[in-house]
Design a protein around this ligand. Structure first.
Ligand SMILES: Cc1cc2nc3c(=O)[nH]c(=O)nc-3n(C[C@H](O)[C@H](O)[C@H](O)COP(=O)(O)OP(=O)(O)OC[C@H]3O[C@@H](n4cnc5c(N)ncnc54)[C@H](O)[C@@H]3O)c2cc1C
Length: 375
């Protein structure tokens, strides 16, 4: 293991690997320390949704910047990551829900964002022919798509290593201490000294932040997914619902990945989750009702991933409030896969130049200190 680096990145998920890649592209010596293996957790097992649709305004600039990188992902990492763009459709189940969706699109337009587009009943049926008759319309984000999550994380890791990063797997960061101008990063395999450290430790990142004297209200949660046997092709876009917890997409091999927010029980110290089969049955029933074509499908597998959720569903991205040279990049709250490429680029820019053009203020860790003072 190297004894020094310009930057130590804690965590080899998509975020850690993306930041490592963008840092080595800027000429820095980078070591990623990963306690398991790159992509072992949320980054490798997620639904692969590359979605700008239905995001909080505070993360839309990051999401738009990421979309631009997704659209040339092969140039960036030497692999197309299985990315394809067929849009995401948010389906309304009633006129009242559709009116609410339209109001949001109008509001986004006033803020200068045009990626969300309301669609009527006819356009919904053109995009999603198999949808149930009672759905009156929805919203589409046409540039959205999906990619293969494990392949993507591996591609970022591989390209970062090709460009000079070291990725040390099976090694846990156990402590951080300031020694003059550098951080002494203690790991289970020895000490590395570096002036800069990135906390990209996913669902374990609160422990790093707490060790720096900035506790955060991170909730460890475990979204579940299931996949069906192959069906004849019936849908191109990713479909999401708000009234009921559902998202799904059909892959090129005909299988349908179904998710949407029902949770398993996470045990983060054991790298383990316990599936809630009853909740999965609710998702299956929703699909059964909304997409009659899927009534012939068989569920072949279910799984969950351990993920960090913040109370406002927004990630923590930016410098530490207590510790100079430390940067946080965690808390992606179930929708951080799409944000991976640009968050790494913004973080590298911030570390190297001290600033980034992507507005990150609303994502800073100080918001929790302010909230704690007010309560
Ligand atoms: C089932 C599921 C479905 C999802 N679907 C989508 C989707 O469709 N679209 C979307 O945009 N997002 C989705 N997400 C969210 C997305 O997967 C995550 O937001 C994203 O992958 C987070 O990446 P990360 O690098 O921050 O975290 P992780 O991938 O969890 O990586 C953090 C890494 O840090 C390591 N680590 C932790 N502590 C230490 C330590 N002390 N020392 C060394 N290493 C350490 C961990 O082992 C881990 O590998 C989904 C998540 C899940 C679980």
């Amino acid at each position: 293991m190297p004894q020094t680096a310009d930057v130590v990145v804690i965590g080899g998920g998509l975020h850690g690997c993306s930041t490592a890649l963008h840092l080595v592209l800027r000429g820095l010596r980078v070591v990623v320390v990963e306690k398991d293996h790159a992509g072992r957790h949320a980054s490798g097992v997620n639904a692969g949704g590359v979605r700008q649709l239905a995001r909080h305004p505070a993360e839309i600039p990051l999401s738009i910047a990421s979309m631009e990188l997704w659209e040339r992902i092969e140039d960036l990492v030497g692999d197309d990551c299985g990315f394809s763009s067929h849009g995401t459709v948010l389906v309304a189940e009633s006129e009242a829900e559709l009116a609410g969706f339209r109001a949001r699109v109008d509001d986004l337009r006033l803020q200068g964002y045009t990626h969300e587009e309301p669609i009527d009943r006819a356009e919904l049926r053109r995009l999603v022919p198999a949808v149930a008759d009672h759905c009156p319309g929805g919203v589409v984000s046409r540039r959205d798509g999906a990619a293969d999550p494990f392949r993507t994380t591996q591609a970022f890791r591989r390209r970062a290593v090709e460009k000079g990063a070291e990725v040390i797997e099976g090694t846990t960061v156990t402590g951080l201490a300031r020694h003059g101008a550098v951080w002494r990063v203690t790991t289970s395999a020895g000490v590395i000294e570096a002036p800069k450290v990135v906390n990209a430790a996913g669902a374990w990142a609160d422990r790093i932040a707490a060790a720096l004297g900035e506790p955060v209200p991170l909730e460890v949660f475990a979204p579940m997914l299931m996949v069906t046997s192959p069906l004849p092709a019936f849908i191109d876009p990713v479909v999401i619902l708000r009234s009921r917890k559902l998202s799904f997409k059909q892959r090129d091999n005909g299988t349908v990945v179904i998710g949407g927010g029902h949770r398993a029980t996470p045990h983060r110290d054991e790298n383990r989750t316990v599936i809630d089969w009853r909740a999965l049955a609710t998702s299956a029933r929703t699909v059964w009702e909304l997409f009659p074509v899927m009534r012939a499908a068989t569920i072949v597998r279910a799984w969950a991933g351990i993920e960090a959720r913040m109370p406002d569903d927004l990630p923590v991205v930016g410098p530490s409030a207590t510790s100079e040279g430390v940067y946080h990049q965690f808390g992606f709250s179930g929708h951080g896969f799409q944000l991976g490429p640009a968050t790494g680029a913004a973080m590298a820019e911030l570390i190297v130049t001290g600033a980034t053009n992507i507005p990150l203020e609303a994502l800073g860790i100080r918001r929790f200190q302010r909230a704690a003072r007010q309560s």
